[in-house]
Design a protein around this ligand. Structure first.
Ligand code: ZN
Length: 154
């Protein structure tokens, strides 16, 4: 197995753990990690709805924390891993920060930034943002689905 796939799987397993903790706290089961090469810049689980902040999506929290950790607003060499396809809100933050690669496990029906009717994450015709990130979907989807089923998520 290629070393980068092993690393990608390690990062996604961490996302799945963060999603499970979020779920235990009454939030949506989403976990997210941002890496720069082999270093974790930031990680978080979702903090809504229990946190009563509609913007506290895991990806939003992690993008902000990664900017802080890196000391800059643009992160083109970073990879964002997340259990769920980033929604419109999170896709905006990812595009603004120019994150170069996005890896997610399962698709998000209707409001996903890559697979829905409004592909904010993958659109190429927005001059402000330039080229979209490389997007890889489906990593450990069976494993994440199994975890969600065990937690009674439908
Ligand atoms: Zn989101």
């Amino acid at each position: 197995m290629p070393a980068n796939l092993v690393f990608d799987q390690q990062m996604m397993r961490r996302c799945i753990e963060l999603a499970a903790s979020a779920k235990k706290s009454g939030n949506s089961p989403v976990g997210c990690v941002i890496t720069l090469e082999t270093e974790i810049l930031a990680e978080a689980g979702e903090l809504c709805p229990a946190g009563r902040n509609p913007f506290a999506h895991a990806e939003i929290l992690v993008v902000a924390a990664a900017m802080e950790a890196a000391g800059r607003e643009k992160l083109p060499l970073a990879t964002l891993y997340t259990t769920n396809e980033p929604c419109f809100l999170c896709s905006f933050a990812i595009r603004e920060s120019r994150i170069g690669r996005v890896v997610f496990s399962v698709v998000t029906p209707e409001i996903g930034g890559a697979t829905s009717r409004y592909p904010i994450l993958s659109a190429r015709d927005l001059a402000r943002w330039g080229a979209p990130p490389r997007i890889e979907q489906g990593l450990l989807a069976d494993e994440y689905d199994k975890t969600r089923r065990e937690q009674g998520e439908d």
